[in-house]
Design a protein around this ligand. Structure first.
Ligand code: DC
Length: 225
């Protein structure tokens, strides 16, 4: 029987493990994983490259940029800016800050809204971000707010960067995560907050497998997959 695709929304602060958990769970249940942070990062990268510092400069940039994405053979989401593969560049720490900055702009948020919604119209998705349950997919079948203590999140991000060979000072990373938390939760446009009907999952102190299992249990409990 045809039904509209399932949508699972996962929101939460930076470094809570959203991407790696959502990717792994999506693979398990056969859903498409959409990392919306990567979409904002692509705009952040464009703003950095064009030295678009203020809101007016970023808004002026939008009509000139074309963002597309696909999934590689490994199932990884790849991002393209005007046809150029920027999937690696958008992971640079300076792009994290730029993405946080441009994501506060209502022009940027509305520019990206349709793209995110249309992905969910065509596929069963697990979509992660900051406003998926509250703004992008308010009718999602399951909404999860994934969080962890700021120290735990900074530790995970530190380990991730070490593995990529781009390690940086832990204290600086902690400061940056706090700054991004502040930006993401205090902006006027679609601030980070749990949707009223979200299940809050705090993964502080958990192993990856524990969090993954909890997430799967919540999803299966709600949509009977
Ligand atoms: O999840 P991430 O760290 O890759 O996201 C990068 C930035 O993009 C983050 O600081 C907040 C912003 N973002 C957003 O505002 N809304 C989303 N749905 C996803 C990300």
């Amino acid at each position: 029987m045809d039904r509209k695709p399932y949508a699972i929304a996962i929101d939460g602060p930076s470094g809570a493990g959203k991407s790696s958990l959502a990717r792994s769970v999506a693979r398990e249940i056969g859903f498409v994983y959409v990392d919306t942070g990567a979409i904002y990062r692509t705009v952040g990268w464009a703003a950095l490259r064009r030295s678009a510092e203020d809101a007016a400069a970023v808004a002026a940039l939008l009509p000139e940029i074309r963002i597309t994405m696909d999934y590689g053979e490994d199932g990884e989401q790849r991002m393209y800016l005007n046809g150029e593969d920027v999937s690696e560049k958008i992971r640079l720490p300076e792009v994290s800050m730029a993405a946080s900055r441009i994501s506060a702009l209502p022009e940027v948020r509305s520019f990206l809204l349709d793209m995110q919604r249309s992905l969910a119209e065509k596929n069963n998705v697990i979509m992660d971000g900051r406003d998926i349950g509250t703004v992008v997919l308010p009718h999602a079948d399951v909404k999860i707010f994934l969080t962890a203590s700021v120290e735990d999140r900074a530790r995970r991000r530190y380990q991730e960067l070490c593995q990529r060979g781009t390690a940086k000072d832990f204290e600086q990373l902690l400061r940056e995560i706090k700054e991004r938390d502040y930006n993401d939760t205090h902006r006027a446009a679609a601030p980070l907050r749990p949707a009223e009907d979200a299940v809050v999952l705090d993964t502080t102190g958990n192993t990856f497998q524990q969090s993954r299992q909890q997430l799967l249990d919540i999803i299966r409990g709600r949509v009977g997959l």
